[in-house]
Write a protein that binds this ligand. Structure first.
Ligand SMILES: *Cc1c(COP(=O)(O)O)cnc(C)c1O
Length: 364
């Protein structure tokens, strides 16, 4: 059996004719930079996400970075976030010269603990970056209330949560900004790098469009130092086609996840926890067990992919270790020791899910 973590080929095969022909049209149109597909995708994504504006950028990392620049966050400011995430969340804070303040996570949801967020607020805190990790929404109702009370800005890291929602209100529509990634393996993925920033503020949206395009409002007139960070036209072509299927993709991710959980109940393993905050779209299916390494080895021996997201919390990464050497975040540190993720993609068949859980049960 050969089961990858994600199966990009099967998704492409299912849409091949439509994607190939739309790409050929775009190649013939030759409007490669900020062309009509970027504009159309921005509108379609904004409609889907229930926000007024969506601005396409070159990556999810840039989406976080440019949102912080547009918010005026910089030197001397503190931004509270989770250490249990991909490095890009913290990199964006460091890019603008602000200080990441890491708070510990909840052992079940793996999202940051809101009580710890509240305790970490100082008079330097300007913003909070919640990460809807693995596709599970952070409790945004509570976080928005806290941040409104304290006058803090929210930038949502939605790189793993396209289409996850809380009572039909999408992640990325709660904060001042939402940052999305279309890296190929994300649940909405393109064929290279891509990202998107959402906002309901027209002035901010205009500012982001200037920032992504060399600080230019008018061609060859530059008002601020900007960036070269536009969503690519060919990626927008692909994203427009995949966006029409995102609900179906997410439903199938949930089918796979629920089957894993059902098959593994009462085996002593901590299955992926789904709280009742909102709709988890299972960008990853992540479980905990002390014998993680044995389980992973048994799966890999049978050519079944599995991975550790994330083996090292950010405050323990080489790049941040010195600055955070006195910081102890025991839940993040212990989860990183015991967590592992199983293959999840919409096309993964029930029989393969069962074969995977059979192997795990044998080890247990
Ligand atoms: C993937 C990811 C990013 C960065 O997105 P890129 O498009 O790869 O730059 C940021 N945050 C999280 C949580 C991610 O998973």
């Amino acid at each position: 059996m050969n089961i990858p973590m994600v199966n990009l080929k099967s998704q492409y095969q299912a849409l091949k004719q439509e994607i190939d022909s739309a790409l050929i049209d775009a190649l013939s149109a030759t409007q490669f930079i900020l062309g009509p597909n970027v504009q159309a995708f921005e509108q379609e994504a904004a409609d889907y996400l229930g926000v007024k504006h969506a601005v396409g950028v070159a990556s999810g990392t840039d989406a976080l970075h440019l949102a912080l620049v547009a918010a005026g966050i910089g030197e001397g400011d503190e931004v509270i976030t989770t250490p249990f995430t991909f490095i890009a969340t913290a990199e964006a804070i460091s890019y603008v010269g602000a200080t990441p303040v890491f708070v510990d996570i909840d052992a079940n949801t793996f999202n940051f603990d809101l009580n710890q967020v509240e305790q970490a607020i100082t008079d330097k805190t300007r913003a909070v970056i919640p990460v809807h990790l693995f596709g599970q929404p952070v409790d945004m109702k509570a976080l928005v209330k806290l941040c409104d009370d304290k006058g803090l800005l929210i930038v949502e890291d939605c790189a793993q949560s396209f289409g996850a929602h809380i009572n039909n209100k999408m992640t990325g529509s709660f904060g001042a900004f939402g940052a999305f990634s279309f890296f190929p393996s994300k649940n909405l993925g393109c064929f290279g790098d891509g990202g998107l920033i959402t906002t309901n503020d027209e002035q901010c949206a205009n500012e982001l469009k200037v920032l992504r395009n060399h600080g230019s409002r008018e061609r060859y007139h530059h008002n601020v130092i900007g960036y070269n960070s536009r969503l690519d036209e060919l990626q927008a072509v692909i994203l427009r086609i995949k966006l029409k299927h995102i609900d179906e993709y997410n439903q199938n991710r949930r089918r796979v996840a629920h089957r894993y959980s059902d098959n593994l109940t009462d085996t002593g393993i901590q299955t992926a926890f789904e709280d009742n905050t909102g709709l988890h779209i299972y960008h990853q299916y992540t479980l905990l067990h002390e014998k993680r390494d044995d389980i992973m080895k048994a799966l890999q021996d049978k050519n079944i992919a599995c991975a550790v997201y994330y083996p090292i919390p950010l405050h323990k990464q080489d790049v941040y270790m010195e600055a955070y050497k006195h910081l102890s975040l025991p839940v993040s540190e212990s989860v990183a020791q015991n967590c592992f993720s199983l293959p999840v993609y919409p096309e993964l068949e029930d029989e393969k899910v069962d074969a995977i859980t059979d192997i795990i049960k044998e080890v247990l």
